[in-house]
Design a protein around this ligand. Structure first.
Ligand SMILES: Cc1cc2nc3c(=O)[nH]c(=O)nc-3n(C[C@H](O)[C@H](O)[C@H](O)COP(=O)(O)OP(=O)(O)OC[C@H]3O[C@@H](n4cnc5c(N)ncnc54)[C@H](O)[C@@H]3O)c2cc1C
Length: 275
């Protein structure tokens, strides 16, 4: 991978306000830097050439996990994967999130990469993007609270405006049955779906990565389960929108097959009948 050779302004912000001030002064040219696990590789490849970097990685007030009321968990943008994996509140109140964090990338990615950076990056392979959509998460910015379904506008595209940054995210807290399955042959098998299932209220939520952000929730499978279908029957319903997601590396037919297999297994595991 190449070197970053273009000149740029670098500001290491000490507070949220300072970061926002700089972003507002340089609305079209500044990029936020959190863990750098996605942005730095893009810069090395010359795919991102920001004129200014606002490094927020040292802003302690963005690294938090709070219980909100009885049923919500609010997590700061700078909570790193390694914290989400181990944090006792996350493990108790939303164990699915901790299981997802445990399988993100490799130890370096987990110790540097952040929840807010993952959401802002909006990678169709991003596990937290999927969780935020399937659980009706709410993304908190310095300007507003945005339902995840409106925050993500497409692959690598969000509704963040100039001068706006992710401050945190709110998830429903639930320790009901759940499972998360992904193929971990490579640290980031970016073409193949990972699958999360979570019992929430009376129903099931089913989420997948690598199917496009607007389709990260498999509603057809959820609805089949609601009518009493077994997991095998539920994953057999037509949910073929997957086919329309372009991917030159991994054929759609293989991705669809894996989505079906992994979803069935995840449901079996969560329902107690699985492997
Ligand atoms: C080898 C490897 C394996 C990986 N495996 C996985 C995996 O299995 N699952 C997974 O989900 N992810 C995976 N990732 C991605 C990883 O989770 C990154 O940490 C994440 O995508 C970006 O987080 P970051 O904090 O590093 O953000 P950065 O790289 O710092 O930023 C990413 C983008 O978000 C913007 N940004 C960052 N923070 C904010 C903010 N607070 N507000 C607004 N914009 C912001 C930046 O400007 C940039 O455009 C992997 C990455 C690598 C390199």
């Amino acid at each position: 991978m190449g070197l970053i050779s273009h000149p740029m302004t670098y500001v290491r912000a000490q507070s949220i306000q300072e970061a926002i001030d700089v972003l507002s002064q340089l609305p079209d040219v500044a990029r936020v830097l959190s863990g750098g696990q996605s942005l730095i590789p893009l810069m090395k490849l010359g795919l991102a050439i920001p004129e200014a970097i606002v490094d927020i990685s040292g802003i302690g007030e963005l690294d938090y996990v709070h219980e909100r009321h009885d049923d919500m968990l609010e997590i700061g943008a700078l909570a790193r994967h390694s914290r989400l994996e181990r944090d006792p509140i996350v493990r108790r109140r939303l164990p699915l999130l901790s299981k997802v964090a445990r399988l993100v990338g490799d130890p370096q990615v987990r110790s540097l990469g952040t929840l807010g950076g993952s959401l802002a990056h909006a990678d169709p392979a991003g596990d937290y993007c999927m969780l935020a959509i399937m659980l009706d998460g709410v993304v908190l910015t310095n300007e507003r609270e945005v339902p995840a379904t409106e925050f993500f506008e497409g692959p690598f595209t969000t509704s963040l405006g100039p001068g706006e940054m992710v401050i945190g995210v709110r998830f429903p807290a639930t320790a009901y049955p759940h499972a998360f399955l992904k193929i971990t042959r490579l640290p980031f098998d970016s073409g193949v779906p990972s699958v999360a299932v979570q019992r929430l209220g009376e129903g099931w939520r089913v989420g997948l990565t690598n199917v496009g952000h607007d389709r990260a929730r498999a509603r057809a499978v959820e609805e089949a389960l609601e009518t009493g279908a077994t997991s095998a029957a539920a994953v057999s319903v037509p949910w073929l929108e997957l086919q329309s997601f372009p991917d030159e590396v991994v054929p759609a037919s293989y991705r669809m097959h894996m989505a079906q297999v992994l979803t069935g297994r995840a449901l079996d595991e969560a329902q107690g009948g699985g492997r």
